[in-house]
Structure formats: structure tokens, C-alpha cells
Design a protein around this ligand. Sequence first.
Ligand code: MLT
Length: 263
Amino acid sequence: MHTVDVSDNATLAAVDRGNRPPLLLVHGFPLDHEVWQAQIGAFEDQRRVIAPDLVGFGASSPEGRSSLDRHADDLAALLDDRGIERAVVVGLSMGGYVALSMWRQHPSRMAGLVLVASRAGGDVEANRAARYQMSIAVKDKGVGPIADALLPRMLSEDAAPETREALREMMHRQPADGVVAALRAMAARPDSGPDLPTVDVPTLIVTGDEDAIISVASSEAMAAAIPNAELKVVPGAGHIVNMEEPGAFNALLRSFLERVDAR
Ligand code: MLT
């Protein structure tokens, strides 16, 4: 992985493979770039695939960021470092929140937007309180208990045992400080709803119809608000749709990227 210095003495680690039009893959919570393994393998011969560990996750600095906007700034710094002007940005769940923040702050860096199992709204008060509770539990007991509590909701009931195990390991290895920071940053995130009508790059919205964490209705609402967005629902897939149904997901992403190229 490449390591890039970003602000506040933090470092950001990222996979950077291939040499065609850039595709930036932004993982969800509490995960790292390995959630994109099936996409890195499938796209590296046709794209320049950049898959970072957000600060606070994976091989990046473990302390985390206080806001999702800071993560978006890190991604702009990553593109600068890699000499990339614009990329199609794919955000999974929390990664989608970061992608929308990137749209707000660095729109000229985006050639297209893919929101996967994500949503535009901020947290309602009950969710915000639950995240603070969870952050206290992580400080007290580490990441393990919340990872185990979240895992059953991340995939559909029929997900392959190897997929479930890979996800479990990925969640368990994330640093507690980074997980706490991300919980607080997500709780404090603004409503990106008002930004959606301004999105004027090609947009694909993907969700699994068995997502137990973010409803299909959230994706439908984003698709209705973003001009010319396409919505695709993957049957039988849970929240981590790209990992659970990589064949279907990759086919959707491939045909979207062909349309972006054709513009
Ligand atoms: C994620 O998968 O990134 C999280 O479920 C997002 C969230 O907790 O809102």
C-alpha cells in the first residue's frame, strides 16, 4: 500500500493499482479497503483503482477524524498525492456520507458518484444518542462487542459463511480510537439532502433489498433528488452489497463506468 501524509501528522494508506481512468473506493464503518477486494481484483485491469483506509481504520493512522468533512479533505489530499485530478468516487455507507461531503467541498475532483447502501440525511436524535453510547462501550471494552453486535445486520441471512467470517475479522481488527472517532463524526454529520439537486456528475445508487441497516427507501429518496441518478436494487443482498453479491455489483458498476466514459 502507498502511504500519504495528510493533515495533523496523520498518514493515509491506500491501494493504487492500474493506470486507466481513476476509480476511488471509499469503505464503510467499521471496515477498511479490504471490503473492496472483489472490486479491486475485477477493475484493476480497466481502471486505476484507488482504495484507501480512511484515517482511523486499517493501515492508516489509528486516531481517526473528528468529522466526515476531514475525511473528504484527506481524499482530496490523496488524489493530489497520486497526481489525479478527477475520479469516479464510490462510497459504501459511511463512505457514501464522505463522498457526499466530498461533493460539497471538492466537486471538481469528482467525475462520477456511486452511493452504495448509503443515505443523505443526518442522524435522528435517537441514532445520535445510540452512537454516543456505542462510542462509550468501545472505549470501555474495545471494538469486539460492537463488531459482534453489528455483524448479523451487515449481511443477509443467506450470505456465505466465508464472507461473514472475512467481514467479522475486518471489523475486529479496527483500532478503537478510530472507531470512536467515526461514531462521533457520523453522529455530527450534517444533512446532505439539500446538496443532492446540485449533483451534476453521472450518479449510480445501489442498494441490497435485504439491507437491515439502511432502507431501500433512503436510496429511492436520493435517486429522486439527484438529477439523472440511476437506482439499482440488488435482490437478496444485505448492507455490504458489494461483498455479498460481487458479481451483480460489479456488473452494475462496469456498465455505469462505460456510460461515464462515453460522456
Ligand atoms: C456503515 O456501514 O458504514 C454504517 O452502517 C453507516 C452508519 O452506521 O450509519
